[in-house]
Design a protein around this ligand. Structure first.
Ligand SMILES: *Cc1c(COP(=O)(O)O)cnc(C)c1O
Length: 406
């Protein structure tokens, strides 16, 4: 059982490396990975870490060490994955709305290619025929529920080839001789109900028989983690058992072994991350008490972008009286992390922690307001290690052409 990083350790890290700082707990990533492999041991299953959630190369290396494969959505993520030591065979490249050139760059690197539109599938087939295997991303039009912004299976979604275009896919496959090795779906993040996965699996099994040479079905992600105290994470134990049962049944009908693949991002890294910020000002207005911190949506955009909830705690005054605060950033733009949050009394200089900040936290950060991106620290076996230095002023000017007339 892993040991959570304590508040004192977080304060020590903020003291040593400054704030704001993202701190990742390696043990928590391992715990999540082990929960998945344990839950799905009833059927051959592979897990491809969706690295867009958190792509620091040290995290990629750590997750490779756990035994995972990698899911990439851009050619640069593919290159990072290879640098981290993943074999090309263990990298799935699932880009969206890219040109053939980017796909060909993936082919040149020998990674697995997942194609998500008819036009590219046709171009790919014309070029390679059966010479380079592909996976096809299907949009099964299953509603994942929840937030529209993070749901990708709905009818207006730009992702995947609609299941209603199956005849067209088949025509391309037949005419070009494409070798379709896998079928893929990813209906979005935070699927509330495991029946959605099972419905998806049903849809995939329903069309799998049309393709003779499949090796795997990739069900993407949608694994949910608990952001609020009373949230439930996806029950992977139950899901694993039901999926294994369905897969066994299908294999008997299809008369061929089929691996199941998943692409968890958030599930692996979200809870490992703590984002530590310092309170610059406590500002009483006629309406509320603001706690203004030394960060903003330039560092953690999820609350403003998805209306996401992140639990916040005051780690430098954990026994202070409970009071109600609106926690805001220092960006010149409406920048609210949380309204009406009950926190232990917040004083100027206190440190607050945003929990569950590992996924889509640093990764979606920017230099808006010409502010510097935070540092990242990975804690393994109780030992913190800086895995990304805080930006310095010169980083703002990098790539700008500057001529300063004297
Ligand atoms: C983003 C993404 C994932 C990971 O989603 P999470 O909600 O972080 O688990 C998996 N597969 C694909 C294709 C993605 O784009």
């Amino acid at each position: 059982m892993y040991k959570t990083i304590t508040n004192d350790e977080l304060l020590a890290i903020a003291g040593e490396y400054g704030s704001p700082v993202y701190v990742y707990d390696a043990g928590k990533i391992a715990e999540q990975y082990n929960k998945l492999t344990e839950a799905f041991k009833g059927h051959p299953t592979r897990f491809f870490y969706a690295c867009k959630a958190l792509s620091n190369i040290n995290i990629l290396k750590y997750i490779k060490g756990l035994g995972a494969s990698l899911d990439c959505v851009s050619i640069n993520e593919v290159k990072l994955g290879l640098m981290a030591g993943f074999e090309p065979e263990a990298i799935m490249f699932t880009p969206n709305c890219v040109d053939l050139e980017e796909i060909l760059a993936g082919v040149a690197l020998g990674v697995r290619i997942n194609i998500d539109n008819i036009s590219l599938l046709e171009q790919f087939g014309n070029k390679f025929g059966g010479g380079y295997p592909v996976c096809i991303r299907i949009n099964p039009h299953i509603e994942a529920g929840g937030n529209y912004k993070i749901s990708t299976g709905h009818i207006d979604s730009k992702f995947g080839i609609s299941i209603h275009q199956l005849r067209h896919i088949e025509r391309i496959v037949k005419t070009t001789g494409l070798h379709v090795q896998g079928l893929h779906m990813h209906t979005g993040s935070e699927i509330k109900d495991i029946d959605v996965f099972l419905q998806g699996l049903d849809v995939m099994f329903g069309i799998a028989e049309r393709f003779a040479g499949l090796d795997f079905i990739d069900l993407g992600s949608g694994f949910k983690v608990a952001y609020k105290d009373d949230d439930q994470e996806t029950d992977v134990q139950v899901l694993g058992a039901r999926v294994a049962e369905a897969a066994k049944k299908f294999e008997a009908e299809y008369n061929r072994k089929l691996e199941l693949w998943f692409e968890p991002g958030k599930y692996l890294v979200s809870e490992s991350g703590s984002f530590v910020v310092k309170v610059n000002v406590v500002k009483q207005t006629t309406a509320t008490v603001f706690a203004g911190v030394n960060s903003g949506f330039n560092h953690l955009i999820r609350p403003m972008f998805y209306e996401a909830y992140h639990k916040i705690t005051n780690i430098s005054n954990p026994d202070g009286a409970k009071r109600i605060y609106t926690v805001v950033g220092n960006i010149c733009e409406t920048d609210t992390f949380a309204w009406d949050r009950v926190l232990n009394e917040v004083r100027e200089g206190d440190y607050l922690v945003f929990h569950n900040a590992g996924a889509y936290g640093f990764e979606m950060s920017s230099n808006f307001n010409s502010r510097l991106k935070p540092a990242e620290v990975l804690v393994e076996d109780g030992v913190p290690r800086l895995i990304r230095s805080r930006d310095v002023f010169e980083d703002l000017l990098r790539n700008q052409t500057v001529s300063i007339e004297s």
